[in-house]
Design a protein around this ligand. Structure first.
Ligand code: BGC
Ligand code: NOJ
Length: 811
């Protein structure tokens, strides 16, 4: 069953039934100021950091789901309704929610009144606009009462939902004209406030939640709305809100547009006050003046659309299958931007107070984003690298506001350092900008310890070399990519965290996943060293890579697939000898991508084993059989019910590793089949089962051993977005960035006749047309660049500012 449809021309998903199987959300904002918004008007807004600068309240894990948002109540005679359906939930005559590129639109109607809301954050602006248009489509004059509603969060979202003894006495607001200012704690150390305004004179307001709602009411039935009259309350403590009241009379056919703005202001410490206890409103007023007319708002909205046209214009395909085209051209790229911005901090599954930016996560997010705005990727690489230590190890995450590393979920995840080589080399390949290697980048955020960025890559590489275990394989540390394979934490205490408790010495347990990862990015490191004429270092590093390949062949091969790890006692994990967890996806992915033992048939055997043991109708599960009992020496992985999360769930992030592995063998049919199993647009028809948005990837789909196979969770913020984009564009469609040009080597389903891709690269536009007359999956017969045949698969860097034709004949 479907709950809407794609509108590819407008790059929107159109939801036509508000009762989606889970809230289907969108993200507004592109750089500093963000909102999450659901298809029924739920969600919240923050500046830079969803924990430290939360502007509005949202109630996670509430009953019913999705409680709190930017609500509107329209009172028309005895009927009250909301354009987003919630919170009032009056049955609407029509309803439509369009989630687009950084904007959301609602259009609904009831009893001859049509309401439209356009919600977005103008580029470079610290405020969110809601253009609300009300139209009388009936033949009688309508007298409407409109109430807006948001609830202020007292800035620190975590404190806001715990520290009530303090918070219930601190809330403060100011009201001037049509603007409600939220200034809690402004008197003390804060130099920022927020405001909610509308570009018309108002007929009343409320700022005290209890007075507005009534203590025992839900959001669906506020006292003030029921009475049809505001109380003009001024909040003192408790829970401050902002609600405007506007009376609107509409003749038949008449429409009125109102512009609401939710804004955020920072002022200089000595410029905080206008007069005693009155905040300096000048900056807020300047913001309001920028968007006080429909014309100004429409210009900003068109700018935003043009911005996305530009971004999405950089890679564009025509494959003949709309489902694939809309993933590659629109939604997957869009999701990559969102994950780049948010890391794992704020979604409907991430509360915005827990995890900040992840070292491993942000590096990986970059590979799906770097072609969009390389300058931002460059800055991000330095932010991440600055949290690293001299020995290559790193904080696992950092807070976006402070950019400082924190140990909230522990450290010593021994895969972490290697991802920096991935992000850096992908950045250089996209841009040709080697200069970042020479930039001075601090260690542990201490500028006095800064070294050229290249030294960070070196530290990353040698962190593995210097931390090998008994089989000369990489020590796993606290965990590798799989956070839940906790081989040094033997926990029998439910009150401790698997992520931070390392109660065993970590010098025995080894990871085959890191081994494969090391070979892949070790080779990249060697290649980079050669490029920058550091041959000595290249030679030295090459030896370590070869040693690792050897160690995997000797100690990491189980006969039909690669082992996953050695545990604390030196026992095999992911071996046919094990009763549960005989085979794992991560080491098959990385060791096949690294082509370890390809000659000896290991790659092929491994991938065949994946197909046989891990593949199912909904994707490739992480391990099999899933653990059914708790293995103290494996940690969190064995705590999950079978089929969920890292225990036999389809962890969508690592499926593309197998797709890429398949392309190493040239098996395009298999690679693409795996792709279509988890790509959301291909799952639209099973939305009821799948549950989460059909336009973005989720982290996990319940696996074959789960109670409900195919049911998904944790949409939006997952490395799944960037890895699938990377796999489909660079390995399946096979247009890969490299230092000297674009390497073209598709690995596609044999029945395809070909495809087209437009790719902006180093300032030039490449119009690539791939033809597949012999219906092969892989192999290039000839490539013509601007009409002349070239010798290799590398299409060179061509003249900037021009369009170039690249014709590729497979065979
Ligand atoms: C989850 C992982 C997550 C980790 C760190 C674990 O409980 O299963 O997916 O990465 O916690 O927050
Ligand atoms: C989610 C984390 O964000 C990511 O870093 C990790 O690799 C996966 N969980 C797998 O455990």
């Amino acid at each position: 069953m479907k709950y809407g449809h794609f509108d590819d021309t407008n790059r929107e998903y159109v939801i036509t039934n508000p009762k989606t199987p889970y809230p289907w959300i969108n993200y507004l904002g592109n750089e500093d100021f963000f909102s999450l918004t659901s298809n029924t008007g739920g969600g919240y807004t923050f500046y830079k950091d969803a924990k430290f600068r939360r502007l509005t309240r949202y109630r996670y894990n509430n009953v019913p789901v999705d409680n709190g948002g930017k609500y509107f109540y329209i009172k028309d005679g005895d009927t009250t309704w909301s354009p987003g359906w919630k919170p009032v939930k009056t049955e609407l005559d029509s309803y439509e929610c369009r989630h687009g590129m950084s904007y959301t639109k609602f259009k609904s109607s009831k009893n001859g009144v049509e309401a439209q809301i356009l919600q977005f954050i103008p580029l470079g602006f610290w405020g969110e606009i809601q253009k609300v248009s009300l139209k009388n489509t009936s033949s009688e004059t309508k007298k409407l009462k409109l109430f807006s509603f948001i609830e202020w969060c007292l800035w620190n979202a975590e404190d806001d939902m715990t520290n009530f003894q303090r918070n219930f006495s601190t809330g403060e607001v100011e009201i001037e004209d049509s603007t409600i200012y939220h200034k809690t704690e402004f008197k003390e150390r804060r130099n920022h406030y927020a405001f909610y305004s509308v570009n018309t004179s108002i007929d009343g307001y409320d700022t005290d939640r209890e007075s507005f709602l009534g203590l025992y009411n839900d959001f669906d039935s506020p006292d003030v709305v029921n009475d049809g009259a505001p109380k003009n309350t001024i909040a003192h403590g408790w829970s401050p809100i902002a609600s405007h009241y506007v009376e609107i009379e509409l003749k038949p056919g008449e429409q009125r547009d109102l512009i609401f703005m939710l804004g955020y202001v920072e002022v200089e410490k000595d410029d905080k006050w206008e007069s005693k206890a009155v905040i300096n409103k000048k900056p807020a007023k300047a913001m309001l003046a920028k968007f006080d007319t429909v014309e100004k708002v429409d210009v900003a909205y068109n700018d935003l659309r043009a911005y996305w046209d530009r971004l999405l214009g950089k890679i564009n395909i025509d494959s003949g299958d709309d489902r694939l085209d809309r993933m590659v051209n629109i939604w997957n790229q869009y999701q990559c931007m969102v994950t780049f911005n948010m890391s794992r901090s704020a979604s409907f599954f991430e509360s915005g107070i827990g995890r900040g930016m992840g070292f491993r996560d942000s590096n990986q997010d970059l590979i799906g984003f770097v072609h969009q705005i390389p300058e931002r990727a460059r800055e991000r690489i330095f932010d991440i690298a600055s949290t690293q230590f001299e020995d290559g190890s790193c904080y696992h995450q950092y807070q976006p506001l402070t950019k400082k590393g924190n140990s909230a979920v522990g450290g010593d995840f021994n895969d972490d350092p290697l991802w920096l080589i991935l992000s850096t080399t992908e950045y250089i390949k996209e841009t040709g900008d080697f200069s970042l290697l020479d930039e001075m980048v601090p260690f542990d955020n201490d500028v006095s310890r800064a070294k050229p960025h290249f030294e960070h890559l070196k530290a990353s590489f040698y962190h593995v070399v210097n931390n090998l275990g008994p089989h000369n394989l990489p020590l796993i540390g606290r965990a590798d990519w799989n956070d839940c394979l906790n081989l040094n934490c033997f926990s029998d205490n439910p009150n401790e965290s698997f992520q931070t408790t390392g109660n065993k010495k970590g010098n025995t347990a080894e990871s085959l996943m890191i081994a494969g990862l090391f070979v892949v990015y070790g080779k990249e490191y060697v290649k980079l060293c050669k490029r920058i004429d550091n041959d000595k270092e290249a030679e030295e590093a090459q030896k370590h890579v070869e040693n690792m390949i050897e160690a995997v062949k000797v100690h990491g091969w189980d006969g039909d697939w690669y082992l996953r790890a050695y545990d604390f006692f030196g026992n095999k994990i992911g071996s046919n000898e094990n009763e549960e967890g005989k085979i794992f996806i991560e080491s098959q992915g990385w060791c096949t991508m690294a082509e370890i033992g390809k000659k000896e048939g290991m790659v092929e055997k491994s991938l065949n084993a994946v197909k046989k043991h891990l593949d199912c109708d909904y994707g490739i599960v992480l391990n099999s059989p899933a653990f059914t009992k708790y293995h103290i020496e494996y940690g969190e992985i064995s705590t999950y019910p079978a089929g969920y999360k890292e225990n036999g769930g389809i962890f969508c992030h690592n499926n593309p590793w197998i797709m890429i592995g398949e392309t190493v063998l040239g098996r395009g049919d298999q690679a693409y089949e795996y792709y279509t199993k988890i790509a959301p647009s291909f799952l639209e028809d099973i939305s009821e089962l799948h549950k989460v948005e059909p336009y973005v990837y989720c982290q996990m789909i319940a696996g074959k051993e789960a109670f409900k196979p195919g049911e998904a969770k944790n949409s939006w913020l997952s490395g799944t977005a960037s890895w699938n984009f990377f796999a489909i564009t660079q390995y399946i469609l096979g247009v890969k960035t490299d230092y000297d040009g674009l390497v073209i080597d598709p690995c596609i389903p044999s029945k395809w006749d070909g495809f087209k891709m437009q790719r902006e690269f180093r300032g030039a536009k490449y119009n690539i047309e791939v033809q597949n007359p012999d219906h092969v999956s892989k192999g290039i017969k000839t490539i013509f660049v601007n009409g002349s045949e070239i010798e290799s698969k590398v299409v060179p860097i061509l003249e900037k500012g021009k369009e170039h034709s690249v014709k590729v004949i497979m065979g």
